[in-house]
Design a protein around this ligand. Structure first.
Ligand code: NAI
Length: 327
């Protein structure tokens, strides 16, 4: 029987994986630590390791996993920027992922963030809880009629396009592989950044697009524009973003991901506070909302993630072609 070690396991992972595993019957061990070279030894005896987004599956980690006899890396995420899959392939360890679970979960979260930001809901919520019913400072912005700039028109980007259209927004899009999507005008990234009232990122982090939003590009964005990132933190240079916010060169930002989130997101730091001054300062800004990489966190998405992950393992166990292999 395949033995799977699931790193960075949270209580909700266990609930959904145990439920899905009723149809598979694998031996699953749930481990709290995140996978890295320091913790890879914990995979001893496992056939499969199952990392999450903030695990570090680099060369050093892969060397240890290979020496411990691990045969498959089954990522329980769509993104795979944390995994050196080429090196894994060299070591004879295939990497599989969950390419789609609920694009709607992430797209809807990006709009939850956007609405909270433009209608100042976080401030309104705190006020009414203190019986402060004043509206001063809560003036918002209509989304209807505004230009929504969608960067990356894959599964999540398209789900977001449908929502944006529902709000009556005009949709601009940038993707190196444009598609035919009704009511969407593709343009260059420069035009999208300079024209959009809302810029929302739905593309993977690759070695070519790190800091796609950085010091230079931030200078081209409208002062009245909002930036939403539910993709990967590394797409935005957070220090440059903070400077732009402090100098009021953009209207606000909502981030579900942060470039240095590993070791902070998914953990409770309320006793100690955080050492990351940039993140602490961003959190302190009135026009910034940060969530802890929870775009995917719906029961529908968690169910689909666990089922696809275990199906990926079953394909491997039965020697079948790996539908979701990262190549
Ligand atoms: P997808 O693979 O369906 O679509 C990605 C699209 O981005 C493709 O159309 C691709 O051509 C395009 N693209 C690639 N490089 C680009 C660039 N430099 N500029 C603009 N577009 C580019 O992926 P999907 O499922 O839509 O996911 C997108 C990203 O969302 C993932 O890579 C992941 O990083 C992030 N994500 C975040 C989650 C969260 O919980 N916040 C959960 C799931 C995914």
């Amino acid at each position: 029987m395949m033995r799977i070690v699931l790193f960075d396991a949270k209580p909700y992972d266990r609930v959904h994986f145990d439920e899905a595993n009723k149809a598979f019957g694998f031996d699953i061990a749930y481990l709290e630590p995140s996978l890295s070279a320091r913790t890879a030894i914990l995979a001893r005896g496992a056939d499969v390791v199952c990392p999450f987004v903030n695990c570090t599956v680099d060369r050093e980690t892969l060397d240890i996993l290979a020496s411990e006899g691990v045969k498959l890396i089954a990522l329980r995420s769509a993104g795979f920027n944390n995994t050196d899959f080429r090196y894994a392939q060299e070591k004879g360890i295939p990497v599989v992922r969950v390419p789609a679970y609920s694009p709607h979960a992430v797209a809807e979260h990006s709009f939850a963030l956007l609405l909270a930001l433009v209608r100042k809901l976080t401030h309104a919520y705190v006020r009414t809880r203190e019986f402060n019913f004043s509206l001063s400072g809560l003036v918002g912005m209509d989304l209807h009629g505004k230009k929504m700039g969608i960067v990356g028109t894959g599964k999540i980007g398209r789900a977001a396009i449908d929502i944006a259209k529902g709000f009556g927004m005009e949709v601009l899009a940038y993707d190196p592989y444009p598609a035919q999507i009704e009511g969407v005008r593709y343009c260059g990234l420069d035009e999208l950044l300079s024209q959009s009232d809302v810029i929302s990122l739905y593309c993977p982090l690759t070695k070519d697009n790190r800091h796609l939003i950085g010091e230079k590009t931030l200078k081209t964005i409208k002062e009245s524009a909002y930036i939403i990132n539910t993709s990967r933190g590394g797409l935005i240079d957070s220090e440059a973003l903070l400077e732009a916010l402090k100098e009021k060169r953009i209207a606000g930002a909502a981030l579900d991901v942060y470039e240095e989130e590993a070791g902070i997101f998914y953990t409770d730091q309320s006793d100690e506070g955080i050492a990351d001054d940039t993140l602490a300062r961003l959190i302190s800004m009135p026009n910034v909302i940060i969530t802890s990489h929870q775009g995917y966190l719906t029961k529908e998405a968690l169910g689909a993630i666990s089922e696809t992950t275990l199906e990926n393992v079953r394909e491997f166990a039965e020697g079948r072609p790996l539908t979701n292999q990262v190549k």
